[in-house]
Design a protein around this ligand. Sequence first.
Ligand code: ACO
Length: 336
Amino acid sequence: MYSSKISGVGHYVPERVVTNDDLSKIIDTNDAWITERTGIKERRFADLEAGETPSVMGTKAAELALKRANISKHDIDFIIFATLSPDYYFPGPGVMVQDQLGIGEIGALDVRNQCSGFVYGLSVADQFIKTGMYKNILLIGAELHSGGLDMTSRGRGVSVIFGDGAGAVVISRAENGEEGILSTHMHSEGKYAKELALLSPNTSHWVPEIMQKNDPEDLSYYPYMNGNFVFKHAVVRFSEVIEEALQTNNCSVSDIDLLIPHQANLRISQFIQKKMGMRDDQVFNNIMKYGNTTAASIPIAMSEAWEEGRLQPGKLICLAAFGSGFTWASALLRWH
Ligand code: ACO
């Protein structure tokens, strides 16, 4: 069996910054409420007219990750794309990255596990590399939330939380006994599927029916979140899955050099930090700048942590996510 490592990280966020004050001009909200409940100060919104779609943002993040990995795009064997906001209902954006990068006819897999999508994708990539099937895999997490949010006061409990952006990593076969991805762990609990969901269009509520009814009160085509319920489950599942990764590798919380949690809500991350007894310098937060970018949040955070010199050889890095499904997942890595 081979082992795998992350050989390059990159991210791309749209230029347009939308502050809490900007939002308060269009919906009934304010900076104090958003900051206190979520920690978010601003987020980025994509420029659709300039063609800034999830696959385009993802491709830009991927190009940076490839450059930093010092790997030619032609050496990529497989693409994995995690998103809940694909360019199209189908096909998924993985194939668009294959086209936009201008590379060979390699496989492209789309992962639909929302906030946990990046860690799920990492686990899939890890298995392909371990078995020797592939040597270099491009894993992207990208989201474009801004176009699908209810930007009226009715949607304020959800819309202020989300932002757009993309992150990418190159996962490569580790050479010469290097460590890398130590383990990955994935879970789901589908009975809570509707507690955090975008329900329409769906196979029993298709676009023709929605158009025919033309009902402005039909909120099923906006994301729904049972906020308090999500919070309570998130803090439990985050800690459980981090502990699971530590126990699998005979490590303890104090061994973690950097926890990069899915940037769901600063309050969630702070709750986990306190519950697990972690120091400030052990937990990476950048939700203040980008909001919650779902599948993109961990790779954007990894890329920024790398830029800040916080991903150094030998460091023990823990990734953890919780989100719609419910799904939750973690990965423990030894940076190389
Ligand atoms: N601005 C101002 N007031 C608001 C806003 C807003 N954007 N949104 C809601 N309110 C008001 C509500 O109308 C309500 O007013 P009322 O008391 O007069 O009825 C009041 O604020 C409290 O509303 P709650 O929904 O109870 O607010 P809560 O304190 O629960 O905070 C929040 C909401 C931040 C979403 C919280 O439930 C939470 O932290 N949930 C965790 C879920 C989460 O962060 N998910 C992230 C995305 S999912 C993921 O990544 C896993």
